[in-house]
Design a protein around this ligand. Structure first.
Ligand code: PMP
Length: 391
C-alpha cells in the first residue's frame, strides 16, 4: 500500500462508496439528485442521532466550529449565564465563543484526563442562578475524555437549563440517544465518526431550543441563524428546490451514502446506529489491550475514556519523534493538543470506516510497536494477537 492510512482523530479514512459518491462533477444545489440526497440525509440524521420526529436537523457547509458558533449564537444573549463543562481544548473554545457573546460563563473544570463530578456540576448550577444552558464536549479530542451526557442532561433539566453537546469527535460512535436524553443541541463535523470528508457542520436541535432562538432580543449573524436555514431544511426534506446560501453539493451526495452505511452497513453486517456504537466500543477495547501490551498508558482516566481515540503518553525517554517514526511505517497519527500537556502524548483516532477494516487496525498497532521496539519484537506480536482476539 503506497498511501499512508489516516489514523488521526479526524479527518479519517472514508469508505470506497463515500469516495465514489463525492467524486462526481459538481451538481447544482437544485439538481434532483441533490434534493433527494439532502432530504434523505435530514431524515436519516434523526435516526443516527436517535432524535424525536419533531426535532430539527441542520446541514451547513463549514467545519465543526461553525456549529459551535451557531449553537451559542442562537441560544445565548449578552448577560445570560451559561455553564461550560471543561474537559479540554474544545470546551475551552466553547467558553471563548460564549464570552465573545458577552455571556456570564461559569466553568466547571476537572484535571486533564478527568471529568467534573455530578456534585460539582450541580453546585455550579445552584450558584449560577438562572442558567440559560449547559455546554459540554461529548468527547474532547485533546484528552480523549468522554463525559456522561445523562448526568449533564439530568442536572440541567432539574435547573431548567438547556443542554448543548459538542459531538464532533463522538456522533455516530459514542452512545447518544438524543430524545431519550432530552438533550437540546447535538452537533458534529463530517470528518469524524460519520466517516465523510471534512466540510459539513451537522446538528439536530430540539423544539425547545428553536423556541429559545425566537425569543432572542437580537438575531444572530445571518449565516449561523437557525431562522435563515429552517425554510431551506423544510424545503429539502419535502424534496423541493430552495435557496438561501449555497450548500456543499458534493458533500451532500457523500453524506447520504455515509449515513446509509451507518444505518445499514450490509458489507460488515452492522444494522442500526447501535451496532455502529458497539463496533466502535469493541475496536477501542481491543486497541487498549494492544496499547497495554506495548507498555503504553492513556492520559484519560479509565472511567471516562472515549471510544473514538486514544490519547497515549509517550513512554519514558520518547517524544514527538515517535509520531514521525509511526508515519514512516505508513500510519499517520497526531501529536498532543491539550495546551499544557501537548508534548507528552500522541493521539490515534479510531472511528468510522477504519473500525470495520481489521488490516488498517493491525497496521496501526504494528507501526506503533515497530516505532517503539524495532521490527519483530515480542511485544508487538503480543499486541497484534490481543487486537485480533478483541475484534
Ligand atoms: N469539537 C471537537 C470535540 C473537535 O474534535 C473538533 C475538531 N477536532 C472541533 C470541535 C472543531 O471542529 P472543526 O475542526 O471541524 O472546526
Amino acid at each position: 500500500m503506497n498511501k499512508k492510512i489516516l489514523m488521526i482523530p479526524g479527518p479519517v479514512e472514508v469508505s470506497p462508496a463515500v469516495t465514489e459518491a463525492f467524486s462526481v462533477a459538481p451538481p447544482s444545489h437544485l439538481a434532483p439528485q441533490v434534493l433527494e440526497a439532502f432530504g434523505a440525509s435530514l431524515e436519516m440524521m434523526r435516526q443516527v442521532w436517535r432524535a424525536s420526529a419533531d426535532s430539527q436537523p441542520f446541514i451547513l457547509a463549514g467545519s465543526g466550529t461553525l456549529f459551535m458558533d451557531s449553537a451559542a449564537a442562537n441560544l445565548v444573549a449578552p448577560g445570560d449565564t451559561v455553564v461550560v463543562v471543561e474537559t479540554g481544548y474544545f470546551s475551552q473554545r466553547t467558553a471563548e465563543i460564549l464570552r465573545r457573546l458577552q455571556a456570564r460563563v461559569i466553568i466547571v473544570e476537572a484535571a486533564p484526563g478527568q471529568v467534573p463530578s455530578r456534585e460539582e456540576l450541580t453546585l455550579a448550577l445552584e450558584r449560577g442562578g438562572d442558567v440559560r444552558a449547559v455546554f459540554a464536549t461529548h468527547v474532547d479530542t485533546s484528552t480523549g475524555v468522554r463525559v456522561d451526557p445523562a448526568v449533564i442532561t439530568a442536572v440541567a433539566e432539574a435547573h431548567g437549563a438547556l443542554t448543548v453537546f459538542d459531538g464532533v469527535c463522538a456522533t455516530g460512535a459514542e452512545d447518544f440517544a438524543m430524545e431519550a436524553l432530552g438533550a437540546d443541541v447535538y452537533y458534529t463535523g463530517s470528518q469524524k465518526a460519520l466517516g465523510l470528508p471534512a466540510g459539513l457542520a451537522l446538528a439536530v436541535v430540539s423544539p425547545r431550543a428553536l423556541a429559545r432562538r425566537r425569543q432572542l432580543p437580537h438575531p444572530p449573524p445571518i449565516y449561523v441563524d437557525w431562522e435563515s436555514w429552517l425554510p431551506i431544511m423544510h424545503a429539502y426534506e419535502a424534496r423541493k428546490p430552495s435557496y438561501f446560501a449555497t450548500p456543499a453539493t458534493n458533500h451532500i451526495l457523500a453524506l447520504e451514502v455515509g449515513l446509509r452505511e451507518i444505518l445499514d452497513d450490509t458489507l460488515n453486517g452492522l444494522h442500526g446506529v447501535e451496532a455502529r456504537w458497539a463496533r466502535h466500543q469493541r475496536v477501542a477495547t481491543a486497541l487498549r489491550a494492544a496499547w497495554s501490551l506495548l507498555g503504553l498508558q492513556l492520559i484519560s482516566h479509565a472511567s471516562c475514556t472515549a471510544r473514538t481515540l486514544s490519547a497515549i503518553r509517550y513512554p519514558e525517554g520518547r517524544d514527538a519523534t515517535l509520531v514521525s517514526a509511526i508515519g514512516e511505517r505508513g500510519v499517520v497519527v497526531a501529536g498532543g493538543l491539550y495546551p499544557t500537556l501537548k508534548d507528552t502524548y500522541f493521539r490515534v483516532g479510531h472511528m468510522g470506516y477504519a473500525t470495520t477494516q481489521s488490516p488498517m487496525l493491525e497496521q496501526t498497532v504494528r507501526a506503533v510497536g515497530e516505532a517503539l521496539f524495532g521490527e519483530g519484537a515480542s511485544q508487538t506480536e503480543a499486541a497484534l494477537q490481543a487486537l485480533a482476539q478483541g475484534l
